[in-house]
Design a protein around this ligand. Sequence first.
Ligand code: EPZ
Length: 425
Amino acid sequence: MDAFIIEGGNPLQGEVTISGAKNAVLGIIPAAVLCACSSKIENVPDIKDVNKMIVILEKLGAEIYREKDTLIINTEKPISYDVSDYEEETGQMRASYYLLGALLGRYRKAIVPLPGGCNIGDRPIDQHIKGFQALGATVVIEHGQVKMEAPELKGAHIFLDVVSVGATINIMLAAVRADGKTIIENAAKEPHIVDVANFLNLMGANIKGAGTDVIKIVGVEEMHGCEYSVIPDQITTGTYMMAAAATEGDILIKNVIPKHMEAITAKLSEMGVIVLEEDDGIRVIGKHPLKAVNVKTMPYPGFPTDLQQPMAVLMTIAQGTSTITESIFESRFKYVDELRRMGANISINSRTASITGVKALSATKIRTTDLRAGAAMVIAGLIADGETKITEIVHIDRGYENLQENLRNLGADIRRISEKDPACL
Ligand code: EPZ
């Protein structure tokens, strides 16, 4: 049970380089099983969810070689479409649902346990199932497993009832090898959707319109291996931007795509933060006092829900009252009690938090409730008066590569301690 100890008060200074996008690579790795081939994937982040996905694919029979941030995935030998024995691994992350689309695409059948992932609200997969059924699959959910079979996988016209990242990618994974044309309407447009589609097209798929709300896919019989480099992580970039803003720091964030950061840059600028696009990255200069703002999370290109929690921490020390409305997940404010323990002034009304700025947060012991809440707790520790202890940081390790080393290199006083599991004390 690792924990972080942070002595607050140091403005972040210097440079940090962003690693590959978690929510892109978690779609790209399963996509590599869509043919008997070998693919090379670069800029793969060293994070727990990726390592788990690799373990699952190896247990299914794939041969995976890793060197630094490069993976070679070889699925020339047949791999199993039955993932039912690996519930422990699949239950610890959401993206295990991508094995459904990929295995259905390759084998016309798949048995995969229902996914796990962050406890941020009701997270059904009805839109995924709807898409697979439209492509001709029979789908049975029993004993915690999704069992699918499609003697014939046929292209279809699919209208998503909600804008879903997972359903958009999963249907793409199955449809690239279906007979005929598939149209996904009301599709999600996140950068990671485009990244997965680009990877699939390099494998020989025929996808058009990824990044728009209408994606057209013409199924192909054959696919082949490819070489691909994953895009930088939009959410990790945003997390460092907010850490710099909160600590009144001045950092250069390298290996970023400024276009992906527009919604975040706009809100930070409204708060008075200076965000400069430079040749080799984005420079963020925190200027206090921060001004209060109103934010509503939306699907891309709107303000990402995965930065809602870090943004709330900035608002706790802004001048005036800010509001943050969570439109994607219905219970993504679990972290609020932890911030209140640090003296934050927050009231919640349904899906909106009203945050009135205080002079400073005070350090104490706080816990991590999920991945992005964990990042928010770290930022709170960086600005709090005194020594903060953050427990259950295993959540953070799921999605951030080398967080404490990177922050230390930026001048933060942060260290990781390993403790005996409280349950055992
Ligand atoms: C992906 O989750 C990301 N996870 C999440 O990031 C991110 O918060 C979310 O997209 C939104 O951007 C991965 O990519 C692995 P959705 P996903 O399907 O696919 C409802 C992180 O911190 N919905 O876009 O689960 C759903 O309940 C994680 O990295 C249905 O109703 O999100 C939600 O309200 C946390 N039926 C909304 O749609 C469905 O079949 C958006 O969910 C699917 C979704």
